[in-house]
Design a protein around this ligand. Structure first.
Ligand code: F0G
Length: 415
């Protein structure tokens, strides 16, 4: 019923074959389904009664043996109605899908539960990834749960401490590479090719994309069977925007939604090869040699899934935009202070992008928008502390607080 297929030349591969790039043309691989069979199968089950989670959608996933599923209860994250922020921007409807609510604090868990379950089904004992932080935290957790040996490569220096601590405590073998993410990814691609016993779990792994597409399904289910007009999502290695689009298109093919949203990708100005492609109308990605941004999660110069992402943006009538570090940090603070949602800088780029696109008229104020915030703010506490007002040191006396808050001493005592 399911198979894998090259997105360029259409070469087909068995669903249980380990293939990261097409053996004929070298392009990306995706999982394909027979939708008539899938629709028939879905009709016979009560899947819509299963609580919101990645595994509500198990029939849409490439797992054949459910006993091999490795789960930490991922998905089912909140779709927060952000009236106050929406009103400030003059938007008809703004929702934030907060992926920081996943078990390891980022959307990566959606892909990893499916990727590691498939690895388990295929009998893998060793797993590997390159990461700017969140992928390594997630893979380390699911590898620990399933008893696989986990190796992660992260760029030295520029990793947020929350993420590093996760990979370390879950027991992964952590290598800090003297280089950037793109070089680390290149190394794991070569390592897994040279040593086929090491299973690669970066987002070129088509099974990970399958898990991440559940983000699209969930948004539609939370909006009572409707897709929003637009999805705004941060873009780094470009797996997530491609996966979310795949989710929407599959729901559309099955008749669960009757329109598709405009996919809108946001990149940090210092690492924005996809936004450049969209702006220039070009068909080839020009890598950024030394990517730089405070949003370390998306500090990526050569996104491996660029072709899928660009297809998603163009086929949906969406767009891509860049945001500066200052705009990202301001949006992070705004979301925390107006809506009570604390996200890491890369996640806040979707809010920064939304603000920019509303202000320059690309996003119409009548649109129903969902912004995806991809990772929890505690992933990168240093940045949050650096940009907030410092705690005020006082003596251990009530009057010190009263003075600092400008309260009259008597007023407090009278209560
Ligand atoms: N937001 C966060 C918090 C991320 O960690 C990432 C990617 C993205 C957005 C971009 O998603 O790569 O699918 O376009 N983090 C990867 C990692 C690269 O290694 O954790 P993408």
């Amino acid at each position: 019923m399911t198979h894998q297929e090259c997105i360029n030349c259409g070469t087909k591969y068995d669903i249980n074959e380990i293939v990261y790039f097409c053996k004929k043309c070298g392009d990306l691989i995706e999982v394909k389904y027979n939708f008539d069979e899938l629709a028939e199968k879905l009709e016979k089950t009560n899947w819509k009664q299963v609580p919101l989670s990645v595994w509500r959608y198990k029939d849409f996933m490439p797992i054949q043996d459910v006993s091999k599923i490795v789960s930490l209860n991922e998905g089912g994250t909140g779709l927060h109605s952000c009236h106050k922020l929406g009103k400030q921007l003059g938007l008809l409807q703004l929702n934030v899908k907060n992926e920081g609510e996943n078990p390891t604090g980022s959307f990566k868990d959606r892909g990893m539960t499916v990727g590691v379950s498939k690895a388990n089904e295929l009998g893998a004992k060793n797993v590997i990834c390159a990461s700017t932080g969140n992928t390594s935290a997630s893979l380390a957790a699911y590898a620990a749960k399933s008893g696989m040996r986990c190796t992660v490569l992260i760029p030295s220096g520029k990793i947020a401490y929350g993420k590093l601590s996760q990979a370390m405590i879950y027991g992964a073998k952590v290598f800090q590479v003297r280089g950037n993410f793109d070089q680390s990814l290149d190394m794991v691609l070569k390592l897994s090719e040279k040593h086929p016993s090491i299973y690669l779990l970066n987002s070129i792994n088509p099974f990970r994309v399958e898990g991440q597409k559940s983000l699209g399904f969930e948004i539609c289910d939370q909006l009572d069977g409707e897709a929003p007009d637009r999805i705004v999502v941060p873009v780094g290695n470009a797996g997530n925007i491609s996966a979310i689009w795949k989710g929407f298109t599959e729901y559309h093919k099955l008749g669960f939604i009757n329109k598709l949203p405009k996919m809108t990708g946001i990149q940090a100005a210092g690492s924005a090869p996809i936004a450049q492609m969209i702006k220039n109308g070009s068909t080839e990605m020009v890598p950024v040699q030394s990517p730089e941004t405070v949003a370390t999660a998306i500090r990526i110069g050569a996104p491996v899934s660029w072709k899928k992402a660009v297809n998603a943006i163009r086929n949906s009538g969406g767009t891509a935009e860049t945001v500066t570090d200052d705009e990202i940090l301001a949006a992070q603070k705004l979301l925390a202070r107006v809506e009570g949602i604390f996200v890491e800088p890369a996640s806040a780029s979707s809010i920064a992008g939304l603000i920019k696109l509303v202000n320059n008229g690309v996003i119409d104020k009548g649109e129903r928008v969902v912004c995806v915030t991809t990772g929890h703010g505690l992933k990168d506490p240093d940045t949050a502390v650096k940009m907030s007002e410092k705690p005020i040191e006082v003596e251990a006396e009530m009057t010190a607080i009263e003075d600092a808050l400008g309260l009259k001493h008597m007023e407090i005592l009278a209560r």
